[in-house]
Design a protein around this ligand. Structure first.
Ligand SMILES: Nc1nc2c(c(=O)[nH]1)N[C@H]1C(S)=C(S)[C@@H](COP(=O)(O)O)O[C@H]1N2
Ligand SMILES: [Mo]
Length: 328
């Protein structure tokens, strides 16, 4: 496993001030725009939007960010510098090494259709921008623990997965939500490696998906989420290992059968369905007791907590589940 220390982290301190001022200015602009919308009239809104859009790339939802942080979810560590979390990634569609960030430029995230099907009232195919615009966006700071023993802490913007479930109206017979990533071997060279079970697939029980922590991220560090981190939609379930956090989602299917996820199919003895974080349960090939956290002052060794420190939110989900490998 390759761990590289990018040079970027020293300059972060100096860059922090202008960026913060910039964010506050945009937050203020957003507040001004949202509160007196009726009284202010459309010309004011239109001109405000033009300013914001120019400062972002071409993402059609960039006017929505930054969103207000939900302070219910607290970190026990600082936020990982963006220069690291956007340049040290796992995304096997683009390669099995950590430097895939620039390769993901080839993925076009517009137009992007999301299909919601399976055991639902009615199949839905929805354009990503209409989906994002009808969801209640908020920011959450979450810990992220990869099964490879590195960890980060990042601010996601997005909406609770439970809101997507309300939109989907699953039938009572639905027990699982299955998620699938895009499949396009022309832009994702990893997908030409036919021995992998593409497209990347993940799943949760409906009860897990309804848990308040289960989140669909559409933004990162107060902006639309970059391709390498899973644009335009990625899952964030911070009590589970990173491989559950499926990126580039195109389909949500409700099912009465437990899906076999991508890594489970490749190596079921190492990566299971539940994949809850636990320092006390070693991976078959390495211990999980500690992790290397990417912090503002470099890598720090930390103890890995049960459910990645989120026990109070999620332990009820697993009571009474006997004979299941909950921690791999
Ligand atoms: N589609 C897809 N999603 C994926 C992966 C992947 O290879 N393909 N890797 C997973 C793993 S192992 C991790 S640790 C996280 C990394 O997310 P990050 O790059 O945003 O930190 O993405 C997860 N989601
Ligand atoms: Mo991972």
């Amino acid at each position: 496993m390759l761990i590289r220390v990018p040079k970027g982290w020293e300059i972060k301190e100096r860059e922090a001030t202008p960026k913060d001022t910039f964010s506050q200015r945009r937050m203020l602009l957003k507040t001004l725009l949202s509160v007196p919308a009726v009284a202010a009239g459309t010309s004011f809104i239109a001109s405000g939007k033009a300013v914001v859009a120019k400062e972002n790339n071409d993402d059609p939802t960039s006017d929505l960010y930054p969103v207000i942080r939900n302070n219910r979810y607290k970190l026990d560590r600082p936020i990982t510098p963006k220069e690291i979390s956007t340049k040290y990634n796992n995304y096997y569609e683009f390669g099995s090494h950590k430097e895939i960030w620039s390769l993901t430029d080839n993925l076009s995230t517009r137009p992007w259709l999301v299909t919601i099907d399976g055991l639902v009232d009615k199949k839905i195919v929805i354009d990503i921008d209409s989906l994002i615009r009808q969801m209640p966006l908020e920011e959450r700071v979450y810990r992220h623990r990869c099964v490879e023993r590195w960890s980060m802490a990042v601010p996601y913007s997005g909406f609770p997965l439970s809101n997507l479930i309300s939109l989907a109206k699953p039938l009572n017979s639905a027990k699982y939500i299955v998620m699938q990533s895009f499949f396009d071997a022309d832009v994702a060279p990893g997908q030409r490696q036919f021995w992998y079970p593409w497209p990347y697939t993940e799943g949760l029980t409906i009860d897990e998906a309804l848990n308040e922590l289960a989140f669909i991220a559409t933004g990162y560090y107060g902006e639309p989420i970059p391709n390498q981190n899973g644009a335009p939609l990625r899952l964030a379930v911070p009590w589970k290992y990173g491989f559950k956090h499926i990126k580039g989602i195109v389909r949500f299917t409700f099912s009465d059968k437990r899906p076999v996820s991508f890594w489970e199919e490749i190596a079921g003895s190492e990566y299971g369905f539940w994949a809850n974080v636990a320092g006390s349960v070693p991976h078959p090939r390495w211990p999980q007791a500690t992790e290397e956290f990417f912090g503002p002052n470099g890598k720090e060794k930390r103890r890995t907590q049960l459910y990645n420190g989120y026990s109070e939110y999620v332990s009820y989900l697993y009571r009474g589940l006997k004979g299941e490998s909950l921690f791999k």
